[in-house]
Each structure stands twice: as C-alpha cells, then as structure tokens.
Design a protein around this ligand. Structure first.
Ligand code: SF4
Length: 52
C-alpha cells in the first residue's frame, strides 16, 4: 500500500506506521479546546487518534 501523505509522529496511535506515516483512510482535525479557529499548529489536534 502506498504510504499516506499525512506525516505523523504519534507512534502510540494504532494508525501510525513506520516512517512517520498515518495509515488511516481519513483523519479529523480539531482545534484544541473547541471552536473552529486556531492561530498556530500547536493548537490543532488529530481526533482520529486511537491508542494501540
Ligand atoms: S490517526 Fe492521527 S494520530 Fe493517528 S497516525 Fe493518523 S494522523 Fe497520527
């Protein structure tokens, strides 16, 4: 399977694959703390994360 174009460093996620690839068919990203506006990347998060 072709590696995803999503780079991820969260190795404890069940979708994470060697080489920092996300193997999920799609991901949901939200703003930390709610709402729909972030001003820097640190304020966003992957909601699709699931522990291994
Ligand atoms: S689902 Fe999210 S946290 Fe998990 S590997 Fe993909 S991008 Fe990373």
């Amino acid at each position: 399977m072709t590696p995803s174009s999503v780079k991820c460093t969260v190795q404890s996620c069940k979708f994470w694959k060697q080489g920092e690839h996300c193997d999920a068919s799609g991901i949901e990203v939200n703003v930390d703390g709610g709402g729909n506006r972030a001003s820097q990347s640190e304020q966003t998060n992957c909601r699709t994360f699931a522990p291994k």
